[in-house]
Design a protein around this ligand. Sequence first.
Ligand code: ADP
Ligand code: MG
Length: 699
Amino acid sequence: MAQNIPELYGSLVFNDKIMRTKLPKDMYKALKKTIQNGSHLELDVANSVAVAMKEWAIENGATHYTHWFQPMTNFTAEKHDSFISPTGDGQIIMDFSGKELVKGEPDASSFPSGGLRATFEARGYTAWDPTSPAFIKDRTLYIPTAFCSYSGEALDKKTPLLRSMDALNTQALKLLRILGNTEVRHVTTTVGPEQEYFLVDKELYNQRKDLIFCGRTLIGAPAPKGQEMEDHYFGTLKPRISSYMHDLDEELWKLGIPAKTKHNEVAPAQHELAPVFDTTNVSVDHNQLTMEIMKKVADKHGMVCLLHEKPFEGINGSGKHNNWSMSTDTGVNLLDPGKTPAENIQFLVFLTAVIKAVDDYADLLRISVASAGNDHRLGANEAPPAIVSIFLGDELMEVLSSIEKDEFFTGHGVVQMDIGAKVLPHFVKDNTDRNRTSPFAFTGNKFEFRMLGSSSSVASPNIILNTAVAEVLRQFANTLEGVSAGEINHAVHKLLKETITAHKRIIFNGNGYTDEWVEEAQRRGLYNLKATPDALEMFISPKNEALLTGHNIFTKGELYSRYEIKLENYIKTLHIESNTMAEIIRKDLLPSITQYMEQVARTASLKKSVIPDISVSCEAAVLTKLTSLSEAMTAGLDALKRDTDTAEGCTDILSSAKTYESIVLSDMENLRKSADEAEAMLPENILPYPTYGRLLFSI
Ligand code: ADP
Ligand code: MG
């Protein structure tokens, strides 16, 4: 049956069209003003919106509402209240007030707060974010909200994200005015996150404790075939996958999530989904929903969606590409080179600002994507290295060099780099997007930040990106402020030139996967923060604290709370992995090996009982090898236990995290070697868990 997709799209969203039809005109206008300018929302408007929302929600089958928020985990949280309100005569009405819309009080004291709530208030409250539309899911009206403590400390990811978007707007507007742009009233950042994921069969998944507890396999011998044939990338979709993707698209479309592109990825069983970009806040909310719906739809199809950054050893893990730009309310993308000299100047100023921001805050960008899971990808020749650098492409590089050298740019025979004299070439996407190894690539009219892990919220990297760029825009505006109209082009040229000279070290157009680059980056003085604990240490450095508190993204308390939560999260993740690995090897793998050795030994003695002088060297070889592997595993388990205890016993969290990273992780790697070698010798009917071959190739 053909579906009417335009009708289906956004059918579960309280969107602009619904608001216009449901709200009195003056209320609609007041709400739009709040959404567009962030102005204060009066209670009568809130009441009017609440009534309209409730009516619409009930018409669409909802019985409950929830304040949906994003605590400092990677998940979203919700507590459902029904609309019912007793009238005192045994009857009820369906009720929902402006007050209930605007503010909620979840009993959320168990969410991580990094010590914030202890110092402030026991409970937090949720506040409606009218810039992200409400929607219906599972017969509940979902209201996107920010989550704060009573003293206003942010306890979530949305609050700092909104603050960072504000900071960028403020600084970008200031700079645009100085550049002579008087029309723009608002600048917003835009994001299109490409999401990678794996699909595995649910029955097989349920037999793997490591997948269940950790989201990734901790052991597993390689399958005879991996991704070497590159036959999966963009390959034909198998019927079961195709049907999954179809359902997924429809569920997302109903929620107004513009799922656009879907394809198979490089690794077997790996896929990708990309939506059309939106304002950052909405994109972040949509990405959270997308991850949730991916899992839910997979379950309906008898599969499990793995969002972990590295579910399988030896084949690619999953990331997210964060396509990012800045756009004005007049419809101009500030990272689009444009067609006129004035647009060109604007473009070069904003482009250069991003370059400087990435160089100045490369450590923070790395930190913003740091997690135990993502450490398995970054620098592993499948994802960008842990070194942050920018890819610009040869053409744009030439433009910048000619600015730096005060030379004419003749690359395409048209451009003279006396700023504003002529028009920049149009950077076609094909010319700018060839380098897939770069962590931060210019792709024609946006940057693509490629270091993100697949499971994390995209809020953190965008908070940092927005704020770092806001800071540089602020510095640029300060430099150019007060320059006369006659002098401005010259002053801009000087600023660009100085900035390029000071920050070109961050630009690297070569292959980021090579060892030469690692050495070169070190010579250039770039950060190479390989593991999460090393990176996190820099989170609270004076430079980074100044940035984040200076733009009111975090108070010092909020910053430290996030630092603690990230470290604790790392520690807990590794603790669970260590426990899980010990359990699988001790309780499942070693007993299976014993069972197999028994069979082999019995075979040998049976053979001998029939033909006394027969050779049993095959059996003996198996027994010898399995015995030595079992011994190695037993010793490995002891070491793992001892070192995990040491890590847990550290009194400060940074040393605990570092101990996990430097010692416990290698214990796990050592154990894995023996386990995988033993696994490869066991018959499949004795092996206590499904192999990589079955997990990766059975759908
Ligand atoms: P790919 O990177 O796979 O070649 P595209 O370049 O077509 O794919 O787009 C990737 C993502 O970038 C999509 O989600 C798209 O909507 C998003 N995107 C395009 N323009 C912008 C922009 N100005 N700001 C943010 N994201 C954008
Ligand atoms: Mg991409």
